[in-house]
Design a protein around this ligand. Structure first.
Ligand SMILES: Nc1ncnc2c1ncn2[C@@H]1O[C@H](COP(=O)(O)OP(=O)(O)OP(=O)(O)O)[C@@H](O)[C@H]1O
Ligand SMILES: [Mg+2]
Length: 437
């Protein structure tokens, strides 16, 4: 007895089941003396319910008992989630090898032999209580570890989400800046030669007018210029040339004017915003975007023209990144055009008016811009996904699925506004931008 260290876990509760009062008393006394809490039970049927209720740290179980024997009770305890982890020690006769093996196979952790050896019993109980305690600690640590892994996974997914967002922003600013640079460069390069042509056309028009007058004067003064000149006049159809030449020069002038206008729009569209917002006119942005897209509104072999119906309200200037807002208009209008074209698929191309409505208004300190089409609409199942990056229903190479996610980011994050979509499948779609003043 002196060789055993005192009970480390004084609060441990040990449940003893035996149909002999003698054994129960004997074990109870030595275990209580040693500092354990002891519950003793003579009836194995009652024992099962009491164990579930008290949930002891260790069970010492006799094998041969009336009604429910030790093996049976062991099985019952093992099949109960609440009790299956409580270590069970069997009591068996010293010589009964079969019983020992069967008990261990049923899940018991150990056995003690009758007649009892006090010190052996205490030593075994201590070992198993210690193992039980270590197991409990292990389980606790496992749970903590799982919680930490869960928290870490959540952190990592958040980081991944942030990374995706950053990547998207990078793609977006790269897209805008590359497009802007390209457009500004082209507009700049075209501007010089076009200016040159326009100036020279102005002089050319004066010269042509003078020359035409001069020819008329010659014709009046010299009504019979001779055969060679008469032949030339006839072969070149002088009358027609004199009438057509001024018109021709005039239409060339119109042409250069319209090229200059387009170039001006491109430069406005690609105006570099820098890091500061500027007060801009929303309608100017819409008009330049429409100008750039004008070739897509014209009739095409596979479809009639797209009508753009504008209803502009009176708006104040608004502080914003105009280049980015133009990018939003561009994306929404391009999507509307795509939807209108798709809505003609498998239909008679003249059977439908293709329309885009653009409305602007001022409502309670907010600027509202509505861009609506009467295209194919968006199926309800897809409406919640259209703002997700890379979501597209367009064939590969045609759509990247970034347009709307970029629009939403520009409107909500850069401008504190909101972008909403209302769509009736088969009828059309409306995007509503709301920007705070
Ligand atoms: N006006 C609209 N009518 C019908 N469907 C639309 C409309 N606008 C967007 N969608 C749907 O939302 C999807 C996502 O649009 P988004 O602009 O983000 O990408 P995309 O147009 O497919 O490609 P990208 O704009 O990058 O070239 C589209 O593929 C389309 O299915
Ligand atoms: Mg798009």
């Amino acid at each position: 007895m002196e060789s055993l260290s005192p009970n480390l876990d004084a609060s441990a509760t040990i449940f003893i089941i035996d149909d002999s009062y003698y054994n129960l008393d004997f074990l109870s006394i030595i275990l209580t003396e040693f500092g354990y809490n002891v519950i003793a039970e003579i009836n194995s049927e009652t024992a099962f319910n009491k164990i579930k209720l008290f949930h002891p740290d260790l069970i010492i179980l006799d094998i041969i008992m009336p009604k429910i024997d030790g093996f049976e009770l062991c099985k019952m305890l093992n099949s109960e989630p609440n009790t299956k982890d409580i270590p069970i020690i069997f009591m068996t006769a010293i010589s009964d090898i079969d019983q020992k093996v069967k008990g261990l196979n049923l899940g018991a952790v150990d056995y003690i032999t009758k007649p009892f050896q006090k010190e052996e019993i205490l030593a075994r109980i201590q070992v198993h209580l210690r193992i039980r305690q270590l197991n409990l600690e292990l389980e606790k640590q496992k749970q903590q570890l799982e919680q930490r892994v869960e928290a870490r996974t959540a952190e990592l997914s958040q980081t991944l989400e942030n990374l995706k967002q950053t990547q998207l922003q990078l793609v977006q600013s790269e897209k805008i800046s590359l497009l802007g640079q390209l457009v500004a460069g082209v507009a700049h390069e075209v501007n010089n030669p076009i200016g040159f042509i326009a100036t020279n056309l102005y002089h050319a028009q004066n010269y042509v007018d003078d020359l035409v007058n001069l020819v008329h004067l010659y014709q009046q003064q010299f009504s019979e210029p001779g055969e060679a000149i008469d032949n030339q006049i006839e072969s070149m159809d002088l009358e027609h040339v004199l009438k057509d030449l001024p018109k021709l020069v005039y239409s060339m002038k119109l042409g250069t004017d319209s090229v200059r206008e387009i170039m001006q729009s491109l430069r406005t569209f690609s105006r570099r915003d820098g890091n500061t917002k500027k007060a801009v006119d929303i309608h100017e942005g819409l008009e330049t975007t429409l100008m750039i897209l004008q070739h897509r509104f014209k009739p095409q072999p596979h479809r009639p023209a797209i009508q753009v119906i504008k209803k502009y309200g009176k708006l104040p200037l608004i502080e914003c990144y105009s280049g980015q807002l133009n990018q939003v208009f561009m994306n929404l209008l391009a999507n509307a055009i795509d939807a209108l074209e798709d809505s003609l698929m498998g239909r008679d191309k003249e059977s439908k008016n293709l329309q885009i409505h653009i409305c602007t208004s001022l409502e309670q300190e907010r600027i509202i811009i509505q861009i609506a089409d009467n295209g194919m609409g968006i199926p309800e199942s897809k409406q919640s996904q259209i703002f997700n990056p890379f979501f597209t229903t367009k064939p590969e190479g045609k759509g990247t699925g970034l347009g709307l996610s970029i629009c939403q980011q520009i409107i909500t994050e850069q401008h504190g506004g909101s972008l909403e979509c209302v769509s009736s499948p088969g009828k059309g779609t409306e995007f509503l931008i709301s920007l705070p003043l």
